[in-house]
Design a protein around this ligand. Structure first.
Ligand code: NAP
Length: 234
């Protein structure tokens, strides 16, 4: 099996771990980055997901090199934390624009080819915070909750074309995003997790590749928690 896989926001962190997993399976992997060109073996394309022209250009480049995207992992995401009373509107809209509208831009572009092929896999990387909420992350939680409704709508629209659409909802994962919080806050987060630790990026990647595998052909519209039990019951 050598599918064309696109992982957005995969210059580092969870996205890069996902890309590495697909490459190890023998897939042709394209990754996008925003600011930092990554080193490594994947086809790396500059693409700010908030810019529709860059999304279009990235897909054209990937299709030219590999053919139509068969597996899309929409992973690019940012945080701009702050309590509501201090949160600037720009901090709210830019997080939603990247995390949710960015997912819309890439999913819409990828779906055209998948509908033609009558096959495809889409996985959105959300967060446990989208289900639980998090003080200081109203913008981020709203964007991640929005992905659930978006994905489930696509699952209904695209199911008849054998395209599955699912969501992975990680808890805290060891990446630059969480390292920015500092050791003390990270340790406090780990204490809240029933498994007592934060995840590795590879632990998220394994679930994403499963959702794109033949074994997951009958799973669509699902939200899979990969959170050490943090969001249990939600
Ligand atoms: P990260 O280490 O900060 O990496 C973020 C990635 O997104 C980078 O590749 C970055 O590209 C890219 N990116 C940022 N803004 C972008 C834009 N406008 N257009 C395109 N790409 C953009 O983050 P991470 O921890 O791996 O998180 C990956 C995903 O998992 C995110 O959606 C995040 O919300 C979600 N998540 C993370 C955690 C966690 O604890 N880490 C938990 C739950 C969910 P550049 O390097 O070029 O800037």
């Amino acid at each position: 099996m050598s599918r064309v896989v696109l992982v957005t926001g995969a210059s580092r962190g969870i996205g890069l771990a996902i890309a590495d997993r697909f490459a190890a399976l023998g897939d042709k992997v394209a990754i996008t980055y925003n600011s930092t060109p990554p080193s490594g073996n994947h086809l790396a394309v500059k693409c700010d997901v908030t810019n529709a022209d860059e999304v279009e250009a990235a897909f054209s480049k990937i299709e030219g090199e590999f053919g139509a995207v068969e597996v899309l992992v929409s992973n690019a995401g940012i945080t701009k934390d702050g309590l509501l009373l201090r949160m600037k509107e720009a901090d709210f809209t830019s997080v939603v624009d990247t995390n949710l509208t960015g997912a819309f831009r890439v999913a819409k572009r990828a779906t055209a080819g998948m509908v033609r092929a009558r096959a495809g896999r889409i996985v959105f990387v959300s967060s446990v915070v989208g289900l639980l909420g998090q003080a200081g992350q109203a913008n981020y939680a709203a964007s991640k909750a929005g992905l659930v409704g978006f994905a489930r709508s696509l699952a209904r629209e695209l199911g008849s074309r054998s395209i599955t659409v699912n969501v992975v909802a990680p808890g805290p994962v060891d990446t630059d995003m969480t390292r920015a919080l500092g050791d003390e806050k990270l340790a406090a987060f780990a204490n809240l997790v029933p498994l007592g630790r934060i995840a590795t990026a590879d632990e998220i990647a394994g679930v994403v590749t499963f959702l794109a595998s033949a074994d997951a052909a009958y799973i669509t519209g699902a939200v899979i928690p990969v959170d050490g039990g943090l969001g249990m019951g939600h």
